[in-house]
Ligand binder design. Structure first.
Ligand code: ATP
Length: 339
């Protein structure tokens, strides 16, 4: 996709969006509500006509200022949020819908049902399936004609948390088996980080960062991306060479972070970089409060004296081994980001 823009009257839904995907990759388009994710997906599918830009799929131009290929000619599979299935058709008929007539049809339906783990459901009607089963069938239907690209628009949004996690793994596996290239829209950072090969973080119609999940998480482009993709511990600091001086000590800065000496900066640390130890290890901190959540707990800490102090909260597994008033040692592991 090159320089794609789309406006609805005065609303700029997409501004100058460009990116490239390799065959077989999964891209997650991640961003808050209204940032243009669905418009991007619908433009690729051919349901929206952009104002400017070019879209190529497998080397073929499907949209430019001179070309507009109709959705059915783009060889794309589309899995919408929910309600994707034809209610009056059985599971088998739904999957066979886009396939050419012939003997191989039934074979392909069975193959697709096996791929999504739904053998034996051929005769069921959509209303006789759970939400998760419906989404599996919707994916099977989208994959049946062997499209070059699969588009998934928040495919798990209607499902509860447990089912989501299971379906995530299964869908990822099914896509890997068919080697399909896919683009999934989501506003769930966990979904994007766990499923995608690359993530495009969108804001106000623009892609603010396009990178692999690990890069997005460890070196987010700005503070908004940092807080959008995970929990953060933020403290004030001052840059000094490759380090930043802050109440948590002199911390090495990730080399990608652009900085200059003496500048005041916000230091971004991921909570799992912080560990608690004996009072003589690391930075001395006082426990202000602990909050127990079952599988983990939050420990709120006061660090430093009046001029150079801050409070941070860190997560520890299970019940905290410390209590209010304890003096503990806090260690920061790895390099930190600065903004
Ligand atoms: P969500 O996560 O809530 O589905 P989104 O990121 O998919 O949001 P889009 O649906 O692409 O966002 O919308 C992008 C912007 O374009 C929004 O400001 C929206 O109000 C506007 N918009 C979308 N469709 C239309 C339309 N048909 N007419 C006018 N404005 C529209």
């Amino acid at each position: 996709m090159k320089n794609l823009s789309k406006s609805y009257n005065s609303v700029k839904a997409l501004t100058d969006v460009s990116f490239e995907l390799q065959p077989g990759q999964m891209l997650a388009v991640l961003g808050p509500s209204g940032c243009g994710k669905t418009t991007l997906l619908r433009s690729i599918a051919g349901f929206e006509i952009p104002n400017e830009g070019t879209i190529e799929i497998g080397g073929e131009t499907v949209f430019s200022n001179r070309v507009y290929l109709a959705p059915e000619k783009r060889r794309i599979g589309y899995v919408p949020q929910e309600g994707a299935l034809f209610p009056h058709l059985s599971v088998a008929q739904n999957i066979a819908f886009g396939l050419p007539r012939g003997l191989k049809r039934n074979e392909r339906v069975r193959e697709m049902l096996a791929l999504v783990g739904m053998e034996g459901f051929e005769k069921r009607m959509p209303h006789e399936l759970s939400g998760g089963q419906q989404q599996r069938v919707a994916l099977a239907r989208a994959l049946a004609p062997a499209p070059s690209l699969i588009l998934l628009d928040e495919p798990f949004s209607a499902l509860d948390t447990g089912l989501r996690a299971k379906l995530r793994d299964d869908i990822r596996l099914a896509l890997e088996k068919t080697n399909a290239t896919s683009i999934m829209v989501t506003h769930d950072q966990e979904e994007a980080l766990s499923m995608a090969d690359v993530i495009a973080v969108m804001r106000n119609g623009e892609i603010v960062q396009f990178a692999e999940p690990d890069d997005i998480y460890t070196t987010p482009k700005d503070l908004k991306v940092a807080t959008f993709v995970g929990d953060t511990v933020l403290v004030d600091g001052c840059l000094n060479g490759d380090c930043v001086e802050c109440p948590l000590g002199s911390l090495p800065v990730i080399h990608q972070a652009i900085h200059s000496d003496g500048r005041n900066a916000t230091v971004m640390i991921r909570p799992e970089q912080l560990t608690l130890g004996e009072r003589n290890s690391g930075i001395s901190a006082e426990v202000i409060k602990t909050t127990y959540f079952g599988h983990d707990s939050l420990v709120h800490l006061q660090i430093g004296d009046h001029e150079n102090s801050c409070q941070v909260s860190i997560r520890v597994l299970g019940k905290p081994q410390v209590k209010t008033g304890d003096i503990v040692g806090l260690q920061v592991n790895g390099n930190v980001m600065v903004y």
